[in-house]
Design a protein around this ligand. Sequence first.
Ligand code: ADP
Ligand code: MG
Length: 577
Amino acid sequence: MRSSCTARGPLAACALALPGVVGGAPPSKFDGRGPGNRPRSGCDFGLALNRRSPSCSRGLVHSPPPPPHRIASRGSGLATRRATESSSSSSSALKEMEEVQFAESEALVPAGVANDLVPEALVWAALHGFVVGDRSVASSGTTPGVGMAHVPFSLLPTPIPATAFAQAVELSSLFNDLIDRVSLDVDFLKQALARTQKADDFTARLLSMYSTILDEGVKQDIRLGLSRSDYMLDVATGDLLQVELNTISCSYPGLGSVVSDLHKYLVTELESSTKLDSSRVPENKVTEGFAKALSLAWKEYGNKSAAILMVVQGEEWNMYDQHWLSYRVKELYGIRVIRKTLAQVHAQGSITADGMLVIDGQAVSVVYYRSGYTPADYPSEVEWEARLLMERSSAVKCPSISYHLVGAKKIQQELALPGVLERFVPDKQVAASLRKCFAGLWGLEGAESESIIQTAIKEPHRFVLKPQREGGGNNTYGDDVASKLTELIAAGGDGLAAYILMQRIFPAVHTSYLVRRGAYSAEKTVSELGIFGAYVRNGDRVILNEQSGHLLRTKVSHSNEGGVASGYAVLDSPYLS
Ligand code: ADP
Ligand code: MG
């Protein structure tokens, strides 16, 4: 297997950990993990953060050779720090004295203004369904209306360069198209995942279902893609780099719109007393956009009495995000949306002689997954059988098994190899635009990977090690990258093939007021921009290909990005600068 790099300007910089200032919010349990370490609703922020990362808390800054970048200031307060010698032995580069600069912008308003604004924001949240289930209340994950808490949020939107935002928006329809094209290339998908499936049972299971569906000749020409492409802005180069492309169960098409509305409202409130300008908070109609796409797929199917099936987890604290979308579908298009778990689909589902999916007597024309993306969603064969039942039916699946596979991190890495993306995107300019946002990505199988593996062991802070998992909390960062790689090498066999290596992206640091459990704290934060894309196609006819909206997720900058859940990520929206 080939190994390649598209990395540019790798730089590692940890912001000095600053104490939370006001409110002293305790680590919330809104961290995507329920009982039994179950990942949260899919394609969510991989928050899993430590309040004080051992290395970052010493204010270390690390930049690997060649000499550190001088970083252009993007914020108002440019900070300079001198790294002190690390006691850590895992990275030689960390032992070097290096001077780097990193952009660190001040809060949009002083703490006093924020303090006055918090109660207003909280009332707005309660009045406008900006809520999640409160895990401390029994049945809050199963019974709507029981145990609701406000969504953890950034009090004000976070500055994002307007050019980067526009670039991300523009890429959306290109990625929609790319997903569709890649999904049709059976040989590519099977070949690209061939080694991975040997090392990863979940990928193997999905691929096996894919083969079954192909062998049985099941065909559905109506294709529905509801995706979210996530980006971080690399502070060293200013480049917008893709973190990942989600094709299944993308979170926050409901609450994403709501947080933008909240910020629009609050910034409008502040307009007369500050320099803030509400026109810089972009409109966000993702809920309507996804509802439209679902309705168009439903319409193409052509059965007026059919419903849309939302496949959900048994316990879901993020249910209101999903209910927002169902509600819009019903409100705008009069289409019924039913919710079932995979186990319920198994118990109540069947396929008619002409291929129609029927659940509990209700015809289903569109299946929308908000479950089924993680092994934990398949505790027994029952769930796999339910998935296969739906795949075999004529219902439009969002995603189909092939769209699901295209979202694998291994596919992201394969597409970044020289010439691979270009096979799917003949237009050179379009391919160049897409490639521009690719970070450094490396496969780990085969002899060619030895050198990048050695580099990652020597300088683990420049990399993120990723398995084929979704839902947050699965990646390995920092010193753990070195130990995990060493462990995998020692174990021998195909273990390494389950992972990819990615260049670690270091975004600019801002000061944000994070509101959790009714209290706020000022934190140094970094943000990740997600752009939602919607795609509906019937055979040769592209019915919809658009950017539907966006989402900003913000977390404390000194996070130790491993799997220890303290959950300091919040919903946010951009303030275009
Ligand atoms: P998941 O499918 O679990 O969401 P992601 O690839 O999105 O996996 O990673 C989870 C989180 O880890 C991201 O939301 C981001 O905060 C962080 N992350 C992932 N890749 C990188 C990277 N290359 N550089 C910096 N942070 C990253
Ligand atoms: Mg993600």
